[in-house]
Design a protein around this ligand. Structure first.
Ligand code: GTP
Ligand code: MG
Length: 189
């Protein structure tokens, strides 16, 4: 399966007909700055479809993209964003939870992006538990493997696998284009 087209549709922060439609939804979630937007760019083979930034908190709405004219891919704001005002953090948290855990919104699959070099954080573990409790279908993308020292690679990947439980873990690098085929396969199959 290949991604043959990808276009930006709109940014969403609340109830929207697009989320209640027929097209299958694929949501990209994860802590702030782990590389959700970069991962989307990597799989669609475009540098700037989703805006990425080295400043955490870049994505502030749910950006919806149409893939292969058939699927909605959703780039969510990051959780665990430590800077910014209290209201700002609460607002982002609300947008994320509203979309993920309202039963009227169903995702075909979610890609939970973690920073494999940093390792799964308590926020990541909380999210994995919440997704499991809501019986969501998700894969864990271990992003930024290019940053891991060779001598630490196995141990760091193992940590991600332990946190992921029975969910598939895909070693990935948006910077070095590692894992792209496998991630596309998982989200489109
Ligand atoms: P928010 O929208 O703030 O939640 O962030 P995000 O998760 O969308 O992250 P984004 O894609 O904006 O990337 C954050 C930073 O990580 C940027 O500086 C990227 O260049 C960098 N980055 C993303 N993926 C990789 C990777 O695979 N390897 C390396 N070395 N850096 C990466
Ligand atoms: Mg982003």
């Amino acid at each position: 399966m290949r991604i043959t087209s990808a276009t930006f549709v709109k940014g969403v922060v609340g109830t929207d007909a697009i989320l209640a439609g027929e097209k299958p939804q694929i949501a990209f979630i994860g802590r702030s700055n782990v590389g959700k937007s970069s991962t989307i760019n990597a799989i669609v083979g475009r540098k700037n479809l989703a805006q990425s930034s080295n400043k955490p908190g870049k994505t502030r709405q749910i950006n919806v993209y149409l893939l292969n004219k058939n699927y909605y891919l959703l780039d969510l704001p990051g959780y665990g964003f430590a800077s910014g005002s209290q209201e700002e953090r609460e607002w982002l948290h609300k947008v994320i939870n509203w979309y993920l855990f309202r039963t009227e919104y169903q995702q075909k699959v979610l890609a939970l992006i973690v920073d494999a070099n940093v390792g799964p954080t308590p926020d990541d573990v909380d999210m994995i538990n919440a997704l499991d409790a809501a019986r969501k279908n998700f894969v864990v993308v271990a992003n930024k493997v290019d940053k891991i020292k060779a001598s630490e690679y196995d141990a760091k990947l193992q940590k991600v696998r332990e946190a992921a439980g029975f969910h598939k873990v895909i070693p990935f690098s948006s910077a070095k284009n590692i894992g792209i085929g496998e991630l596309i396969e998982e989200i489109l199959k």
